[in-house]
Design a protein around this ligand. Structure first.
Ligand SMILES: [Mn+2]
Length: 375
């Protein structure tokens, strides 16, 4: 396709714009951790079909307002590299909001201010989660595969008998900045909270946030809990279809939607990921897709794998097909990748394997777009 290639061998921007217009198709994105990220933003642009970076203002404690200068800086860096900055992952939700403490109103006011500022600089989608204390949990970040690549894994037996309050346990993915004493207080607070309390605190948050998101054109997209079950007695909400249905009813607006993470929800064998994506994308409640593959093992164990369907337990072609069928035109990013080709970097967030994943998914969508009507 000679006509698609510019003089410098790059995809011509107008062709990209035309492509999105013509097909109203998904927008491919890539997470970038800012200047300290070993993956340069210019490298991200070199992945064909890349639309936007996914980033955040780092180094600001949860609950505080982001300076306009720091948001503008990301926008300008993206623009200079020829990319958009339309997705934020994440604006963290302060623990006091999840716990329903009196101070939550202050943190919610700050959250609202962040939504307004992000909208001003062109952000269209904000990813967040409502997981108590910890984000994603894995038991090892560099499990060697047979081919010499390494993966993030979760082996249930490695978690047995571990106590996060012992002070001598650190698990990958956990915020190591928590001091032992702070962690103890947080666990005590959550110990007094029922799952229903957590639901009602989530509802309180949505009722304050979503009307603002609607006004400022920001699609809020909650990330499911990872893994999708309770750990260490901490409650988890966004774990399966029944709970996602309940979540979406808490505030019935297109602006209160999902970051559908195939690797998180797909870790529970009972979740039919393809059917769920079909249902929620049809309802226009998926704004952001995290596409990742996982190999499910016995019990509650899994290993993250390459995106290519035969490498894991999820069928990425089927996932893309239902999105395409339902006219999904939101954002997609390749989620965690393996470490390959001796790359050194942030586990799960190397350039090479995520670039392979992005191209694989873009290729599937190109095929689907060009064979429209022939399915
Ligand atoms: Mn994810």
């Amino acid at each position: 396709m000679k006509a698609d290639i510019g003089l410098k061998g790059q995809c011509r921007p107008f062709r990209m714009a035309q492509w999105h217009h013509e097909y109203r198709t998904m927008k491919m994105t890539f997470r970038w951790y800012g200047e300290s990220d070993p993956v340069k933003i210019e490298y991200i642009k070199q992945i064909p079909g890349m639309h936007s970076i996914v980033s955040a203002v780092y180094g600001v404690p949860a609950g505080e307002v982001w300076s306009e200068a720091s948001i503008l800086h990301i926008k300008n860096r993206a623009g200079k590299a020829g990319l958009n900055f339309e997705v934020v992952e994440s604006v963290p939700v302060h623990e006091d909001i999840k716990l329903g403490k009196p101070s939550r109103d202050l943190y919610i006011a700050n959250y609202i201010e962040n939504i307004k500022r992000l909208s001003k600089y062109g952000v269209r989608c904000v990813c967040y989660n409502f997981m108590p204390v910890f984000d994603w949990t894995r038991t090892q970040l560099d499990k060697m595969n047979a081919d010499g690549s390494t993966s993030l894994v979760y082996y249930a037996e490695q978690l047995k008998g571990k106590n996060p309050l012992s002070g001598d346990m650190s698990l990958p993915g956990w915020d190591s900045s928590y001091r032992k004493e702070d962690l103890k207080i947080l666990f005590d607070d959550y110990g007094k909270l029922t799952k229903e309390d957590l639901w009602s605190n989530l509802e309180y948050f949505l009722k304050a946030i979503i009307p603002v998101a609607e006004r400022y054109g920001i699609k809020m997209a909650i990330h499911p809990d990872d893994p999708p079950w309770d750990i260490f007695g901490l409650p988890r909400l966004i774990t399966d279809e029944k709970n996602i249905d309940r979540f979406l009813k808490l505030y019935d607006s297109k602006y209160s939607g999902l970051t559908f993470c195939t690797g998180s929800l797909g870790c529970a064998k009972s979740n039919d990921v393809v059917q769920m994506i079909d249902k929620y994308s049809k309802a226009e409640r998926i704004h952001f897709m995290h596409i990742r593959n996982v190999r499910l093992l016995d019990g509650e164990s899994f290993e993250e794998s390459a995106h290519y369907s035969p490498c894991g337990s999820l069928d990425v072609v089927e996932i893309c097909k239902v999105l395409h069928k339902n006219g999904f035109d939101g954002y997609i990013r390749p989620d965690h990748g393996r470490m390959i080709w001796d790359e050194i970097g942030k586990p799960g967030y190397g350039l090479y394997d995520r670039a392979l994943g992005a191209m694989y998914i873009t290729g599937i969508f190109e095929t689907l777009n060009k064979t429209k009507g022939a399915q």
